[in-house]
Design a protein around this ligand. Structure first.
Ligand SMILES: *[C@@H]1O[C@H](CO)[C@@H](O)[C@H](O)[C@H]1NC(C)=O
Ligand SMILES: *[C@@H]1O[C@H](CO)[C@@H](O)[C@H](O)[C@H]1NC(C)=O
Ligand SMILES: *[C@@H]1O[C@H](CO)[C@@H](O)[C@H](O)[C@H]1NC(C)=O
Ligand SMILES: *[C@@H]1O[C@H](CO)[C@@H](O)[C@H](O)[C@H]1NC(C)=O
Ligand SMILES: *[C@@H]1O[C@H](CO)[C@@H](O)[C@H](O)[C@H]1NC(C)=O
Ligand SMILES: *[C@@H]1O[C@H](CO)[C@@H](O)[C@H](O)[C@H]1NC(C)=O
Length: 377
C-alpha cells in the first residue's frame, strides 16, 4: 500500500527524530524547517523521483540550502561517515573526508577501531585538525532490527561502550587528553513498534473516500511520518496535518520541501513497510525519542549532570569551543555553557580556542537510562 525502497541494510530516518535532519542540525544549529534537509530521502514532486539515504548524500542542492555546517568555517575540519560529508557547500567541502562505500557494514567493530585510529592518530595527531565529526550507525541498526529492548541491542551497546573506551585510550596514547574536547551524542532515541493484535491497522486504501489516484505524489516511507500532496484520511492514531498546523515544537512547518499534508503517527504506530522492531521519528516530546549527551575534555567540568537541552544548542557550543563565530542558528550558548569550566565560560573569543579540537561522535541512537556507559573519569 505504501511506497518503499530500501537501498542498504541500515537506513536511517529523519524528521524531528530522524537521522539526516537531526545530524544536520547538530552541525548547523538550525531546526529542520530552517535548514531544509527534511528527510532521509531526497525527492522531486514534479518528476516523482526519490533517492534513498545513500544516494541522497550526493545531491548537493539538498544539503547546501542556505545553512553552512560547522565544517565550512575556515577550520581545519574533517568528517568521517557523518551525514552531509559528501556534499559541497557554497563550493567548499570539508577539508578531510571519508564517505562510506555504498554497501557498508556499519556494525563492524574492527572497522570502528580502524576509523578511530585514522581520526585520532592521523587527522588529529599528525595533521593537527581542529574539528572532526565521526559517525557510527549503531546501535540504531540493531535497535531497528531486533527492537530497543532486545538482548542484541544490549550487546551492541556494550560494543559502543568498548569503543568509547578505545577512543579515550587512543586520545591518551597520542597525548591529546589535555587538548581534545569530546562530545558524544545521538540524533534520536527509539521505541518498540506495536504489531499484530496490539494495533488497529491503518490501511490507506481502505479508508472511505481514499483513492491513490487523487494523490499526485506521496512520501509514505517506513516509520511514523508521511507526506502527501494532498487529500487526507482518518485513523485514531494517525494525525493528518496541513503543514502549517503541525505542532510548533516539531519545527516542521516552514520549509518549501515539506509537502502540504503531513501524516504523523502516535508512538508505536508506523507505516508498516518493513520489519523493524524499533522505530524513531515520533514526536520529540516522547521520552523514548530523546538522545543522550556526554562530553569530556579540558574545557568541560567533570562529573557534572545538567538538565535537558535541544540538540540545536550543540552547534553554538562547538563554535565557542573552537573560537569561531557561529552562523545564524536556532540554538544559544546560554543553554550549554554551564557545562564548561569558568575559564572557557566567558564571552567572546579566547585564544585557547585554536588549541582546542573537538571530536563529535554521533552514535545513531540513544542509550536507555538503565544502561550506563562508564567512561567518565
Ligand atoms: C524537479 O524536477 C523538475 C523537472 O526536472 C525541475 O524543474 C525542478 O527544479 C526540480 N525540483 C527540485 C526541488 O529539484
Ligand atoms: C533551497 O531549496 C529550494 C528548493 O527545495 C530552493 O527553492 C531554494 O532557492 C533553496 N535555497 C537556497 C538558499 O539555496
Ligand atoms: C570487519 O572489518 C575488518 C576490517 O575491514 C575486516 O577484515 C573483517 O572481515 C570485517 N568483518 C566482518 C565480519 O565483515
Ligand atoms: C479511484 O479513482 C479512479 C479514477 O477516478 C476510479 O477509476 C476508481 O474507481 C477509484 N477507486 C475507488 C476505490 O474509488
Ligand atoms: C572572534 O575571532 C574571529 C576571527 O579571529 C573574528 O572574526 C571575530 O570578530 C571574533 N569575535 C568576537 C566576538 O570577538
Ligand atoms: C582565555 O583563557 C585564558 C586561560 O584559560 C584566560 O587567562 C583569559 O583571561 C581568557 N581570555 C578571555 C578573553 O576570556
Amino acid at each position: 500500500m505504501v511506497y518503499y525502497r530500501r537501498t542498504f541494510n541500515i537506513y536511517p530516518y529523519v524528521l524531528l527524530t530522524l537521522l539526516i535532519s537531526v545530524s544536520f542540525f547538530c552541525l548547523s544549529g538550525r531546526y529542520v524547517e530552517n535548514h531544509g534537509v527534511i528527510h532521509n530521502m531526497w525527492f522531486n514532486t514534479t518528476t516523482q523521483e526519490k533517492k534513498g539515504y545513500y544516494m541522497t548524500q550526493f545531491v548537493d542542492s539538498y544539503w547546501d540550502n542556505g545553512s553552512l555546517p560547522i565544517w565550512i568555517t575556515g577550520l581545519k575540519a574533517g568528517s568521517l561517515h557523518f551525514p552531509g560529508t559528501a556534499a559541497t557547500y557554497k563550493g567548499e567541502t570539508v577539508r578531510l573526508r571519508e564517505v562510506e562505500p555504498r554497501l557498508y557494514d556499519y556494525s563492524n567493530e574492527t572497522e570502528w577501531r580502524l576509523n578511530i585510529d585514522k581520526v585520532i592518530g592521523e587527522w588529529f595527531h599528525q595533521q593537527d585538525l581542529d574539528f572532526v565529526s565521526l559517525y557510527f550507525g549503531e546501535p540504531d541498526g540493531t535497535g531497528h532490527r531486533y527492537g530497543p529492548d532486545s538482548p542484541e541491542r544490549r550487546e551492541m551497546v556494550q560494543q559502543v561502550d568498548r569503543t568509547v573506551g578505545y577512543i579515550r585510550d587512543k586520545i591518551q596514547d597520542h597525548c591529546l587528553t589535555d587538548r581534545l574536547n569530546v562530545i558524544i551524542t545521538a540524533d534520536h532515541g527509539m521505541t518498540t513498534v506495536l504489531r499484530g493484535a496490539q494495533v488497529e491497522e491503518m490501511i490507506l486504501y481502505k479508508i472511505p473516500g481514499f483513492n491513490f489516484s487523487d494523490i499526485q505524489f506521496h512520501l509514505v516511507d517506513y516509520g511514523p511520518v508521511g507526506m502527501l500532496l494532498p487529500k487526507d484520511g482518518i485513523h485514531p492514531h494517525l494525525h493528518v496535518y496541513k503543514k502549517e498546523e503541525m505542532p510548533v515544537w516539531l519545527h516542521y512547518i516552514r520549509h518549501a520541501q515539506l509537502l502540504p499534508i503531513i501524516l504523523f503517527a502516535d508512538p508505536g504506530y508506523f507505516f508498516p513497510v518493513q520489519f523493524n522492531k524499533g522505530e524513531h521519528g515520533f514526536d520529540n516530546q516522547v521520552m523514548d525519542m530523546k538522545p543522550f549527551f556526554r562530553a569530556v575534555g579540558p574545557d568541560f567540568q567533570k562529573d557534572l549532570v545538567v538538565g535537558p537541552f535541544e540538540t540545536v544548542n550543540v552547534y553554538p557550543l562547538m563554535c565557542h569551543l573552537l573560537g569561531i563565530n557561529p552562523e545564524i542558528n536556532d540554538g544559544h550558548l546560554d543553554n550549554t555553557k554551564q557545562m564548561l569550566l569558568p575559564k572557557k565560560n566567558t564571552e567572546g573569543n579566547n585564544s585557547t580556542g585554536k588549541f582546542c579540537s573537538l571530536v563529535m561522535l554521533l552514535l545513531h541512537y540513544y542509550v536507555p537510562a538503565h544502561v550506563v556507559i562508564t567512561w567518565l573519569d
